[in-house]
Write a protein that binds this ligand. Structure first.
Ligand code: FNR
Length: 380
């Protein structure tokens, strides 16, 4: 169907479910075990309601904000997802870079360690020099490999390092396991370059094949150590409890991503938006809430209103994974640009209706959270 027929992010998903290969659809769409967290991530947003203000002059609405010291046009970003060539064999992650720079609204892109294209290719695919790209780091058990990677990324001009901490081993994703990942043609560039790893994926699900590269021994000490190797802001991605948010702030990190990896890791981990709601008061209580420590969130975000809810709760930036995977798989860079414009339009419209004209006016007083904790879990 023509791109003009796509009116919201769900339309990309519906189309992708029809046109993607079984292997790509299984890898992209799956969550772990019973997929409770996968569904809860999104459902939790449906239990938050607004308390809009009326009679505010909303003729001009400004969606700009700052993330990790960079000015951005919108408060959302494309988060890191591996293996983009499974769905878009030519363009892969390069098309995400192109789509993110295609219009007036430029969106930051987080690049996965397990991208199908090389970091250099993805950095080269930027449309504008000032386009923001970040790096998502999976830490190798060989710390020398990781150290070199960090230095390479910094030299390329990427703006921040997001160390993924929720994947000491990859979750049990059954849809994905059922499909044999017998070819690594779309596999991560990083693996292709090491012949001994070429057959790592044979006869396994895609996620099993990838987990070889992630060190389960990673600990808080390593994160402190990385600070010595780089000037880049370091954010840890995959924090799931207020205590760990507080700990990251105490260690002087640049921020955290509250995330359960899109429901692909520990099933029954809570929705990120619920964890965000309980983390901010804990930071405030300890005087740890500051502009130098930013809060990011991802998982289940599909609407401009979802973004607004997270921002009202104190998020500085909101990440989306699957919607951009599907947009990129169905339409390449034009799809990515379209997803950005749909989301930006929804965001502006919802800000107007909420009675706010800038991001800094958003706060918890605009939300009704009374239903948030009423988890109504049903097993598929
Ligand atoms: C991911 N995610 C992920 N995270 C990460 O740190 N490194 C990675 O390589 C990947 N790869 C990946 C592949 C696929 C197919 C998915 C769906 C997800 C997790 C991702 O960054 C993010 O946390 C979730 O995708 C957010 O949830 P939504 O927006 O997909 O619901």
């Amino acid at each position: 169907p023509p791109l003009a027929n796509i009116v919201n992010l769900y339309d990309f998903e519906k189309l992708a479910s029809k046109i993607l290969s079984n292997q790509a659809w299984a890898y992209y769409s799956s969550g772990s075990d019973d997929e409770i967290s996968l569904r809860e991530n999104h459902n939790a947003y449906h239990r938050i309601f607004f308390k809009p203000k009326v009679l505010v002059d909303v003729s001009k609405v400004d969606t700009r904000t700052k993330m990790l010291g960079s000015q951005t046009d919108v408060p959302f970003y494309v988060t890191a997802t591996a293996l983009m060539k499974l769905g878009n064999p030519q363009g892969g992650e390069m098309d995400i870079a192109k789509g993110c720079g295609a219009t007036d609204v430029r969106v930051p892109q987080m690049i996965s360690t397990l991208a199908s294209c090389s970091i250099d290719e993805i950095a080269d695919a930027k449309v504008h020099d000032d386009q923001i790209q970040w790096y998502q780091l999976y830490v190798n058990s060989d710390r020398k490999v990781t150290k070199e990677l960090i230095q390479h990324v910094e030299a390329l001009g990427l703006k921040a390092l997001f160390v993924t901490v929720d994947a000491p081993s990859l979750g049990h994703r059954e849809k994905d396991l059922k499909i044999k990942f017998s070819t690594m043609q779309s596999g991560p560039e990083l693996m292709q370059s090491k012949p001994e790893h070429k057959d790592a994926g044979a006869e396994k699900g895609a996620s099993r094949a990838l987990s070889k590269f992630i060190d389960p021994a990673l600990s808080w000490n390593d994160i402190v150590e990385f600070k010595k190797h780089t000037k880049l802001p370091i954010v840890i991605k995959g924090v799931q409890r207020a205590e760990d948010v507080v700990k990251a702030a105490e260690l002087g990190l640049a921020g955290v991503v509250i995330s359960n990896h899109g429901g692909r890791q520990l099933d029954f981990s809570r929705s990120p938006v619920e964890v965000l709601a309980e983390s901010v008061p804990e930071l405030e209580k300890r005087g740890l809430r500051s502009d130098n420590f930013q809060l990011f969130i991802d998982g289940g975000v599909r609407r401009g209103t979802d973004i607004l809810k997270a921002l009202c709760l104190g998020a500085n930036g909101v990440g989306l994974g699957r919607p951009f995977i599907y947009a990129n798989s169905c339409y390449g860079k034009e799809g990515v640009a379209k997803a950005i414009s749909l989301l930006t339009d929804e965001l502006e419209m919802s800000m107007r209706l909420l009675g706010v004209t800038s991001i800094d006016q958003l706060g918890p007083e605009l939300l009704d959270l009374s239903a948030l904790r009423n988890r109504n879990v049903s097993v598929a």
